[in-house]
Design a protein around this ligand. Structure first.
Ligand code: UT7
Length: 325
């Protein structure tokens, strides 16, 4: 009997503080930094992002998203035997966000660990969880993407601070006799680490190096449109499907221009691209599960739909997954 994994529940959580481009522009103007709603919308498609308050962490956001996914799946925490959290903004150096969330949920016993693949983190985590389920190491996995990028933004750097937001999304992946996840592909090119990074480190009780996100936006843009098309074609080929079989593309929500350009190159119409970047900004590893849950709860994505996930981020890392929902 073949064993597959299938998403049986989704959840998400956004912190309540929703900040418009105009509000952010006014905040930056107080430090003499110029930006505008017009520039941000035209270049990125972003209109709002959510920011956490001082006391809220990525574990807090991830826990809420996980609880909603469990509820949607009709499971309780004790049913979960694997938790993988994709994050680049964990609460602590260790233990992992996954262990901390496992403790909060009271889901004892199973494996729990974090995956650090930045904006591609959710596709990485989902692929790893799928392998655990297929290999018989887990029956019910929680896969969570959760980020508080506002903590690593330099609000004096207008080329990055207008792009990112905070949030979390989660899925419950369950063992199934039918797929489920059809194919995935993961890649990295560490030679390009310098174009998108947060190079600070904690050493000898102090932060050394730059503790804020740095990005060469145009260089990342150029790579993104190239690798996303290729990796999407890889998962389509692996699963014997064609672009026209995709009901919904659920891309990493970094920039509407990248999302629509990739869809166009694949021959997927813009109407089939789930778009939440306007309301969420770029929430890194949280962006795909956030977009997925938003579309599922809106009734846009339905059972039986074929979904294409794809993402690229710091590392560089990139990946895609094709699945029957
Ligand atoms: O999630 C991980 C993956 N990340 C991505 O996929 C991001 C990829 N990159 C991008 O999405 C785009 O490169 C950005 C949105 C970051 C930037 O858009 P762009 O069209 O590549 O603009 P640019 O960086 O080439 O900058 C164009 C101009 C510059 O001015 P000059 O040199 O032409 O006078 C910038 O200084 O826009 C200026 N600029 C701004 N102006 C107003 C940069 N940021 C801002 C800003 N407000 N916030």
């Amino acid at each position: 009997m073949s064993r597959y994994s299938r998403i049986i529940g989704t959840g998400s959580h956004l912190p309540p503080n929703k900040v418009s481009n105009d509000e952010l522009a006014a905040r930056l103007a107080r430090d003499g930094i110029e930006t505008s709603d017009e520039w941000i919308v035209e270049r990125t498609g972003i209109r709002h992002r959510h920011f956490v308050g001082a006391d809220t962490t990525s574990v807090d956001l991830g826990e809420q998203a996980a609880r909603r996914a469990l509820e949607a799946a009709g499971l309780v925490a004790q049913d979960i035997d694997l938790i993988i959290v994709a994050t680049s903004t964990p609460d602590m150096i260790f233990p992992s966000n996954a262990a901390l969330i496992q403790g909060r949920l009271g889901a004892g016993g199973g494996a729990a660990f974090d995956v650090q693949a930045v904006c591609a983190g959710f596709v990485y985590a989902l692929t790893i969880a799928d392998q655990f389920v297929r290999g018989g190491l887990a029956r019910h996995a929680l896969v969570i993407g959760t980020e508080v990028f506002s903590r690593i933004l330099d609000f004096k750097d207008r080329s990055t601070c207008v792009l990112f937001g905070d949030g979390a999304g989660a899925v419950v992946l369950a063992e199934s006799q039918t797929p489920g996840l059809l194919a995935s592909s993961l890649h990295a090119d560490g030679r390009q680490a310098g174009i998108l990074c947060t190079p600070g480190r904690v050493a000898s009780g102090e932060i050394s190096g730059h503790p804020f996100l740095k990005m060469d936006g145009p260089a990342v843009f150029k790579q993104a449109v190239h690798v996303l098309e290729n990796v999407a074609r890889e998962v389509l080929a692996k699963s014997g499907r064609k672009p026209e079989d995709v009901d919904w593309m659920v891309p990493h929500q970094a920039n509407i221009r990248i999302m629509l350009h990739t869809a166009k190159k694949l021959g997927i119409p813009a109407e089939k691209v789930v778009q939440t970047v306007a309301d969420h900004g770029n929430t890194s590893a949280a962006s795909i599960p956030l977009a997925l849950d938003t579309a599922v709860r809106a009734g846009t994505i339905r059972r039986g739909d074929t979904l294409l996930f794809e993402a690229v981020g710091g590392g560089l890392t990139w990946g895609a997954a094709l699945l029957d929902y």
